[in-house]
Design a protein around this ligand. Structure first.
Ligand code: FES
Length: 102
């Protein structure tokens, strides 16, 4: 599988911060859109559906589809409606239902 991201930041920032996603550190632009930054970092799915465990990733990028849900400090939030800030501890939503599909 090709893990190279097709997403690129058109105005890269020098102001970078560290976040974790499922315990893995990522260096992302401070204040950027979290969903876009994680896609650029190469992540494709952010949550599993609660019933079947199917993987889901950002789709609409405007707060309508809820496919970008993640858990940040135990709270379920839409990644496309969240800014990157230093120290975010992000987990896949409904990961316990997930398949072995990282
Ligand atoms: S990508 Fe659709 S709500 Fe976030």
């Amino acid at each position: 599988m090709n893990n190279a991201s097709p997403f690129h930041n058109i105005s890269p920032s020098d102001d970078l911060v560290t976040v974790t996603f499922d315990g893995i550190e990522y260096i992302l632009p401070d204040g950027a859109n979290l969903a876009a930054s994680l896609l650029e970092a190469g992540l494709r799915y952010f949550r599993n559906t609660p019933v079947s465990g199917a993987p889901r990733g950002p789709f609409c990028m405007m707060g309508a589809c809820y496919d970008c849900l993640v858990e940040i400090d135990g709270e379920t939030r839409q990644a496309c409606m969240t800014e990157v800030t230093s120290g975010l501890k992000i987990e896949r939503a409904h990961r316990d239902k997930g398949l072995e599909n990282d």
